[in-house]
Design a protein around this ligand. Structure first.
Ligand code: BG6
Length: 493
């Protein structure tokens, strides 16, 4: 069903995010008939651009997007595109200048509006203050005004709290949509479906049956052109309080009583509140040094982090982090959650591995214990999407021998998904006023609270770095973190 009429205002619309993701996502929504006939877009930025320049840019970005899928636009898609661009306009102005908001007010007067802040984080507060002061944030006569905020939301617990307080001066919590793009991923949303729409998983989903949980977000890319941002950020801030915490809450939360936004977010808040802040001895920070993808003639040489563009020679920024967390509640007490994420690793892979406890071995006395395949349920998030279950089976033959086997469900075998940037659902949900997939203030702060000891230690130079060669599996110390209790990371490749 199409969303209500309105205007989508993109602050920072001249930037990369708008070109790569937002415009293609809006286009996809329009193609699926999910935007209203009466839908317009206003791009606010300070670059010297005409409406035509802007349209030319967007045309290129959508063409790129459509072509990447190896198809040519149909007549219908063409019409959709024409209509979308005909209703897109540019507003040049500074985010700090009241005149910009005045001009914007004229374009959206009496209309619903979503303000998307696709800008550097330092502008979040300024823009929202101005929306408040100019009256543009006011919802009256049935008109809705909503604000979508990208990450990074603060850089530690104190700054995230301060930003929440500042936003709430101009906006009600129901108007604030804090994005975590992991919640736009189908497979992340599917974790709740898997757990709560099947009878077989939930009875096992607890400390009686689960030994530990591993959450991995491994990337092959390095820091790319984002050196200036990344130097100040590091892997912990960039990935843990937000993306990895989303995965942890999806796995760890209790069943909400409904899919109502607050019912879901209340449960997330509860599980986050039960996670103990990370201890330094349970954490490993790594940084990549030069290495290569592959070996021999085919090998691709990779630079170390400190040799990358805009990185300090003696940088102490971590490009990898692994940690052990505990959830102190009835369901999870004593079950470690191991998290790891890093850049320049061997493979790109995001997955959650639920390691079940071993069966008692009595029947298989003669089978060496380390040959028993542990039962691991792996939720594959990307690049392949699916679920696998690993277990032991009898190897055919007269002797009793056990072998590891794997049962595999691949999304693409069952469902064909439409073209997607991962932002379609999020944008549509905001247009219809559904906050379920957005972060509430307390959820954001809950994530920061958990990693705060790590941030404080790094700021005070009390956090050592373990170096790892680019293109491999991360620092050895991260293996050690699990080996202490006789556990092992699931192989990366
Ligand atoms: C972003 C981080 O939020 O998430 C990036 O800033 C990271 O550094 C990216 O690469 C990972 O997203 P995805 O969807 O590729 O897992």
């Amino acid at each position: 069903e199409p969303a209500p009429p309105g205007t989508f205002v993109i602050f920072g619309g001249g930037g990369d995010l708008t070109r790569r993701l937002l415009m293609p996502a809006l286009y996809n929504l329009a193609c699926s008939g999910l935007l209203n006939e009466d839908f317009s877009i206003v791009i606010v930025d300070w670059a010297e651009l005409s409406d035509e320049d802007l349209i030319t840019q967007f045309r290129a970005s959508i063409d790129d997007f459509v072509n990447k899928r190896g198809t040519t636009a149909t007549e219908l898609q063409h019409q959709v595109w024409e209509r979308l661009t005909a209703n897109t306009s540019y507003l040049r102005g500074s985010f700090e200048d009241a005149a910009t908001y005045h001009a914007l007010g004229e374009r959206i007067s009496g209309r619903n509006a979503v303000f998307y802040l696709a800008v550097a984080a330092r502008f979040f507060g300024t823009i929202v203050d101005n929306l408040g002061e100019s009256g543009l944030a006011r919802e009256e006569n049935g008109v809705t005004r909503r604000v979508i905020i990208e990450k990074p939301f603060g850089s530690d617990l104190a700054s995230a709290r301060a930003l929440n307080v500042r936003l709430q001066r101009s906006l009600d919590e129901t108007q604030i949509y804090r994005i975590d793009h992991y919640l736009g991923k189908e497979t992340v949303q599917n974790i709740l479906a898997l757990r709560f729409s099947n009878g077989i998983f939930e009875p096992l989903w607890n400390r009686q049956n689960i030994d530990h949980v591993q959450i991995t977000a491994a990337e092959t890319v390095g820091v790319e052109k984002r050196g200036r941002f990344y130097e100040q950020t590091g892997a912990t801030r960039d990935m843990v309080p937000n993306h990895l915490m989303q995965l942890l809450t999806m796995v760890g939360m209790e069943a909400p009583t409904s899919f109502d936004a607050d019912a879901v977010r209340d449960e997330k808040a509860k599980v986050l509140a039960a996670v103990q802040p990370v201890k330094m001895e349970d954490m490993v920070r790594g940084q990549y040094v030069s290495g290569s993808f592959g070996v021999g003639d085919e090998a691709e040489a990779l630079r170390g982090y400190r040799e990358e563009q805009d990185i300090a020679l003696g940088s102490q920024t971590e490009t990898y982090v692994a940690m052990k967390l505990g959830i102190d509640n009835w369901r999870w007490a004593g079950v470690p959650f191991y998290l790891r994420t890093g850049k320049r690793l061997r493979v790109r892979k995001t997955e959650i591995a639920i390691h079940f406890k071993q069966a008692p071995f009595a029947l298989f006395r003669d089978t060496p214990v380390d040959k028993l395949t542990p039962n691991i349920l792996v939720l594959h998030i990307q690049p392949t999407e699916g679920v696998t279950l690993q277990f032991s089976a009898k190897v055919p033959g007269p002797a009793v021998r056990l072998g590891g086997v794997r049962m595999k469900f691949d999304y693409s075998d069952w469902f064909s998904d439409g073209p997607s940037t991962g932002y379609e659902t999020l944008i549509y949900d905001c247009l219809i006023g559904d906050q379920t997939l957005f972060q509430r203030a307390d959820n954001i702060e809950g994530g920061w609270r958990i990693v705060q000891p790590a941030l404080s230690a790094a700021a005070g130079d009390h956090a050592p770095l373990s170096f790892y060669p680019a293109g491999l599996d991360g620092p050895r110390d991260a293996d050690e973190l699990l080996a202490r209790t006789g556990r092992r990371w699931l192989e990366l490749s």
